[in-house]
Design a protein around this ligand. Sequence first.
Ligand code: ZN
Ligand code: ZN
Length: 364
Amino acid sequence: MAQKTTFAMVLTAPGVLEPRDIPLPQITDDRALLRIEACGICGTDCEQFKSGLGLPMPHIPGHEPLGVIEAIGDAAALRWGVDVGDRVAVETLLSCHICKRCLSGEYHLCANRQIYSTIPLAEGHGLWGAYANHMVLDSRSILHRMDKSIPAQIAVMYNPLGAGFRWAVELSQTKFGDSILIQGPGQRGLAAVIAAKSVGAKTIIVSGLAADQNKLNLAKEFGATDVIDVENENLRERIREITGGEGVNTVLDVSPGLDGPVNDAITAARVGGTVVLAGVKGFKPMARFVSDKIVFKELRVLGAFGVTSSGYAKAIDLIHGGTVPLEKMHTHDFTVADAALAIRTLGREIPGEESIHSCLIPEH
Ligand SMILES: [Zn+2]
Ligand SMILES: [Zn+2]
């Protein structure tokens, strides 16, 4: 009998995604085969597609998988407490779980980590990404159970919502009554609004560009108390007005802009406040950076890399709770074969289309 295969889109060079049929491997004792139901698409996908991110090619992108266990080894079933037919969200990072950083609880900073969606096709079975009908779950994976009654398009939001909880709540220690400025109203900014709202933040301000009007309106629906169009309003003046001159407890930057947003963040934070930088800027240097402002205001400036289990767990609780109209954030479904179109739509390259949260839905 011929070996079974699965369909995948493979990044063979920057800007080139090719359809392939890839053999399904035997599932060993410590692994599982995931039948993918949805793969979320975010700004990282755009960067990966356009620049290749310096990754070895070819590889299967897709770092936000949701799926159902189709086959599983006995040891893996025992380790993860899941079985065939269970629906799971899959964490992106594959950490070693034995290095110093892992043992200190910072497994996302593991010295030996690999990341799903970045591992070459040539390594082992090759099924390391979710632009596919199936992927293989490595023994290092961390899985979260997800209720099957939730539409895949909503369930797959565990990924941006997990970032919202880690970046806007956990790292910044946002609590009831606090104020937060979220710079960038994309899916991660909106997820941050939802997360900040869920812990009782009193003042939630979201800033964006003039072209972000729909997203800023949506931010209000999700609980933002104020929105700022930075192209037509003076952000610093508005923050002074809204906070009575004090500044905000926390600024979360998830925007791609460099000098403007980072300087604004340092200005908008109150004395003793926190700035969390999560938007990546293509490794460009900053022009007008005055570090003394950080000293004199005694700011905590934190980098946010990825999401950890506690953030995902909160996100999944929120999804299971069903009280937030997450469907309002979901704009597009694409087939796996249309991955490049999904990326171009998110990148605003398709006239008349505005993507907020979109995902690939495999055709099984
Ligand atoms: Zn992502
Ligand atoms: Zn490690």
